[in-house]
Design a protein around this ligand. Structure first.
Ligand SMILES: [Zn+2]
Length: 993
């Protein structure tokens, strides 16, 4: 019964087949499921296949064809269906929300929307009104499809659901329409989906063999992510991407009570109840009640069809960035459904027991789960509406009495970043006001002091005065749960879950080097507090005294995706940007904002000459910190005056005109020897197979946002190119061993020689591990716990060391790529085992839903146990926690940072020994006993002990050039803003020094 994907049977023949098999009893999941068994259907409404010209699951529908499918259905069923546009993607595809409901509902749709909106604010809706609304109004269901563009069953199932709801007169379907407004989010990620289907449709043959080429997307395809290679199912935290902004706006416009996000493709189908941990800001009883209700209903349908599925297991509900937890924190029952086929499993996929799962069967499962969910929602309409109101009411109540009552963000030295953060909150429907005068709190707690908001161990608050212009988020608001989940210094993990992980850790520590290790249950990072990741000075207070303040309004929607790329909170700023006047001597660019880096780059791009003060600069009657940039009038053409005004405005920077070089105090004037001419950065970024797509993407997005050009280059071309026309090469995160195979010895030598001639090589995370490999040796630093780590205890027996010692790796040629891959999995893996093990984990996390590793695309490298690793000397990978790092404020890498400490992410086991030959620009200090951890999960007697004294960012001179190492990704997911300028500094200033 397995249908080859390339066979295009005429539609009539297919329909005949369907008729033959529609009366079959229990469906096997590889049988030809009948999508048209739930009629009678209105004959004028066209089935999707009349538009697509192929049967369900025989081919992939592209975005434009899908739009024709839903347009034709809507045109034939205007009484039930209305298509709304919710905004453009980066590649100019229009995103749609299809509204489907009974005709009598559609006629009063605005009234329904307004009525349900009243349930969302109990401050203005008394309980009696709420009960009446719940009795009268339909339930709002938000059905989301294809956030991961390569999870193709989701996309195809969506069209069948639209058709069923638009065309069927089946009583159960009519019941859904009467009791529900169904919002079909046709595709959360149109650009990624288009990349995937264009590639697969042209290449896939329906071969079920897991090693067939069609089950592995080429590097530049990777349809899971959006245009900028962001995983949109991690983006709700800071809504960096235009798709997320469009969806959040559409979502909040409707106040849904049920949301399903349709994914793929673990070994078996998954639906909730979710695994531990669950975000503690969710009301436990209500959350469990509805997840169980929907889970049971789905289970009954799946059981009846002999379909495999599971609940709990791996998919948790903890981080607020997912498209189940974010809606849940908004008051909906947020659910992730994962079907078992399609996507990278293609039309057919051979499981580990040689049975076949087909795209069509995976579509069928999503179809049944979607409809079952809607039936369950219809049945529970009034109770679920009441609970939505209750969710908001109890949230307000908690916000009035819990210890954490208010959060204050201080605009500080970088008001643009604080404004960006406020803008993120406004987009999420959170109420934010700005203080119009100074105010005082009696019990304030600094985020920088330590994490924790709920435990008794939290120290008593202290009185504190906040300046006018501070942002205030009071938690006594309907969005309290989401606000707290995004902003609290730390979100507590379920103690049962933690105990379980610690027990596994203890067992792993007792296991021998070659024994397989137990996996941990962390699905994603364990800390994300927005003030910490943005690096914005913040406090939470236990009191909420009255403050003269102005409530901020939500930013208007972006006019285009390009607009969304750049619009980032500046509308909230009251400061006037631009130039203070026409300079006689020089213009001063204070390096306080990321915009200043952008301005400096744009001026250089237009061939203007800039210099940077390496010490405190005295100019215009005041002091400017090191890193302040100077544009001398004498060194530039007259066009400077016009250009700097225009670019300062575009970059949102306040530039000061200076009319005299004479200084009354200090010793560093504009003309000083300590004001050094800057070299214009000419940047290559490695864009090729070993590179992490999300690391590359976050970099791409960040640079594009600030107008910095770069040339993406494959490794082959880097090996061939005349690199001397570039002075910066950036290697994004990627598996160290695979970087080594790809560059080979000759490639490494090319990089080294180029750096020694004056180039700056910037290595991020896995690339930094690559640089620290003994046989690469681009740095004197080594990984803690690696075989090359001299500080490791020397009790290691010689045999184990010999076994692990590096073997020279010849440069792979394309012809010997297979051999190189084999080496990669043996010799290289042995010496980089800690790293590659971790990187494989990283890539799984990056590249797939966790479950996919159970059967989906194989990980790049099998985890390899370390024969010589001994418990206590090797860091256990940290599942994304936030640590306090200390800056060396005498190096150009830390220009723009005036505080001694900085919150940074640790999301790996990559702890770097300090460089002996360079500058350790950002370190985890061992000088005092202040805890390093600010928030998130760490391993007892491992993480802090081994991290202390290591370096987070290293700059090491080599010849006339530099190698810069970042232990973690400074652009992580585009939301980690505290470290953006450290990244900018690596290419803006390093080429000069
Ligand atoms: Zn997914």
């Amino acid at each position: 019964m397995i249908k080859n994907g390339r066979s295009f049977a005429p539609l009539l023949a297919s329909l005949f087949l369907l008729l033959c098999f529609s009366n079959a009893p229990a469906q096997r999941d590889d049988a030809r499921f009948d999508f048209y068994a739930r009629g009678p259907y209105r004959e004028n409404v066209p089935r999707p296949q009349t538009t697509t010209r192929f049967d369900v699951g025989d081919f992939h529908t592209n975005y434009a064809t899908m739009e024709r499918v839903i347009e034709r259905i809507a045109a034939a069923a205007p009484d039930r269906v209305r298509i709304t546009d919710i905004g453009e993607t980066n590649e100019h595809r229009m995103m749609h929300l299809v509204v489907i409901t009974a005709p009598e509902n559609l006629q009063r749709i605005d009234q329904i929307k307004a009525g349900v909106a009243r349930l969302a604010d109990p401050r203005t809706t008394p309980a009696g009104d709420a009960a009446r609304i719940a009795a009268e109004m339909p339930l709002i269901n938000f059905m989301s499809y294809t956030i991961h563009g390569n999870e193709s069953a989701s996309f195809e199932a969506m069209m069948q659901v639209v058709y069923q709801l638009a065309a069927s007169n089946e009583p159960a379907t009519l019941d859904i329409l009467k009791n529900c407004v169904v919002l079909i989010n046709v595709c959360s990620n149109p650009d990624g989906h288009e990349r995937f289907v264009t590639w697969y449709n042209s290449f896939g043959t329906g071969n079920a063999e897991p090693l067939a080429g069609e089950h592995r997307e080429p590097w530049s395809v990777w349809g899971r992510a959006n245009h900028y290679r962001f995983d949109l199912n991690r983006d709700n935290l800071a809504a960096t991407q235009v798709e997320t902004r469009n969806l959040q706006r559409a979502y909040l416009d409707w106040n849904p009570q049920v949301l399903v996000d349709h994914h793929g493709q673990p070994s078996q189908y998954f639906f909730p109840p979710a695994a531990l941990p669950v975000n503690p800001n969710l009301p436990p009883a209500q959350t469990a009640r509805w997840l169980t209700e929907f889970g049971r209903a789905n289970a009954a349908q799946f059981d009846a069809r002999n379909w495999d599925y599971y609940v709990r297991d791996v998919f948790d509900l903890f981080g607020p960035f997912f498209w189940d937890s974010w809606p849940a924190l908004n008051g909906a029952t947020g659910m992730t459904y994962e079907t078992d086929g399609g996507g990278t499993k293609g039309y057919n996929w051979k499981r580990d027991d040689d049975t076949i799962v087909t795209l069509r069967s995976a579509i069928a499962k999503h179809f049944i789960a979607s409809l079952t969910t809607l039936e369950t929602a219809a049945r529970n309409r009034e109770a679920r509406l009441k609970d939505f109101y209750e969710f908001k009411r109890s949230a307000l109540d908690e916000g009035r009495r819990e210890r954490l009552r208010r959060i204050v963000l201080v605009a500080g030295r970088d008001p643009a970043r604080a404004a960006e953060l406020a803008d993120v909150l406004l987009r999420a429907g959170i109420e934010v006001s700005v203080a119009s005068e100074e105010f005082r709190a009696t019990k304030a707690h600094a985020y920088a002091a330590s994490g924790g908001t709920t435990t008794a161990a939290v120290a008593a608050g202290t009185p504190r005065t906040f300046p006018a212009g501070s942002y205030i988020i009071d938690l006594a608001q309907p969005q309290k749960r989401l606000a707290k989940a995004l902003l609290e210094p730390e979100t507590e993990l379920d103690p049962v879950f933690v105990r379980d992980q610690l027990a596994r850790f203890a067992r792993n520590q007792r296991r021998g080097g070659n024994a397989a290790k137990e996996e941990y249950g962390f699905y994603d990072v364990t800390a994300w507090s927005l003030p910490l990741v943005f690096g914005v000075e913040a406090y939470w207070t236990e009191d909420t005294g009255a403050v003269a303040s102005v409530q901020l309004r939500q930013s208007p929607p972006a006019q285009s995706a390009k607009d969304a790329l750049h619009a980032s909170g500046e509308k909230l700023l009251s400061r006037r940007m631009g130039v203070s006047g026409r300079a006689q001597v020089a213009y001063i660019i204070p390096y306080e904002t990321n915009g200043a880096a952008s301005l400096a780059y744009r001026l250089q791009r237009e061939n203007f000459k800039l210099a940077v003060a390496t010490r405190t600069l005295n100019a215009g009657g005041r002091d400017w910190p090191r890193g302040t940039m100077v544009v001398r009038v004498s060194r530039n053409p007259d066009t400077l005056h016009e250009a700097i005004g225009r670019l300062a405005n575009e970059s949102n920077v306040e530039v000061t005109a200076i009319n005299s070089g004479f200084i009354e105090t200090g010793d560093t004037s504009i003309g000083s020897e300590n004001v050094i001419s800057l070299k214009r950065p000419r940047i290559i970024i490695v864009a090729d197979e070993p590179v992490s797509q999300t690391s590359y993407g976050a970099m791409w997005w960040t640079l594009e946002r600030y107008g910095v050009d770069f040339t993406p280059m494959t490794i082959d071309n880097i090996r061939r190119a005349n690199l001397d026309s570039y002075n910066v090469i950036i290697m994004p995160d990627g598996a160290a061993g695979r970087y080594l195979s790809a560059f080979g010895t000759s490639g490494v030598n090319t990089l080294r020689a180029w750096a020694q001639r004056g180039g700056t090589l910037v290595c991020i995370k896995g690339a930094a591990v690559f640089a620290a490999l003994k046989e690469v040796n681009l740095t004197s630093s080594r990984l803690v716990g690696s075989d090359d780590d001299e500080q490791r205890e020397q009790k290691t027996d010689d045999a184990a060391d010999a076994k692990a010692s590096p073997t020279p790796t010849p440069a792979p040629s394309p012809a010997t790529q297979e051999a190189a891959n084999a080496r990669e999995q043996t010799a290289t893996a042995a010496r980089t085992r800690r790293q590659t093990t971790q990187t494989a984990t990283e890539q799984q996390r990056d590249a797939q839903d966790k479950s996919e590793k159970l059967e989906g695309a194989p990980p790049d490298l099998p985890p390899i146990a370390s024969p010589s690793a001994r418990p206590g000397r090797v860091p256990e990978a940290v599942p994304g926690a936030i640590f306090r790092a200390t800056l060396d404020r005498s190096t150009p890498l830390t220009y723009g940072y005036e505080d001694a400490q900085l919150p940074v992410l640790v999301d790996s086991a990559y702890f770097f020994r300090p460089s002996k030959e360079g500058t350790n620009a950002v370190v985890f200090t061992s000088e005092n006993n202040q805890p390093l951890r600010l928030a998130g999960f760490i391993w007892p007697n491992n993480t802090e002990r081994l991290l202390r004294g290591t370096a987070h960012i290293i700059e090491e001179p080599t010849g006339r050039g530099h190698v810069v190492l970042f232990a973690e990704d400074p652009n992580y997911r585009g939301f980690w803003r505290a470290t953006t300028r450290l990244f900018f500094n690596s290419f803006l200033f390093q080429p000069t020094f």
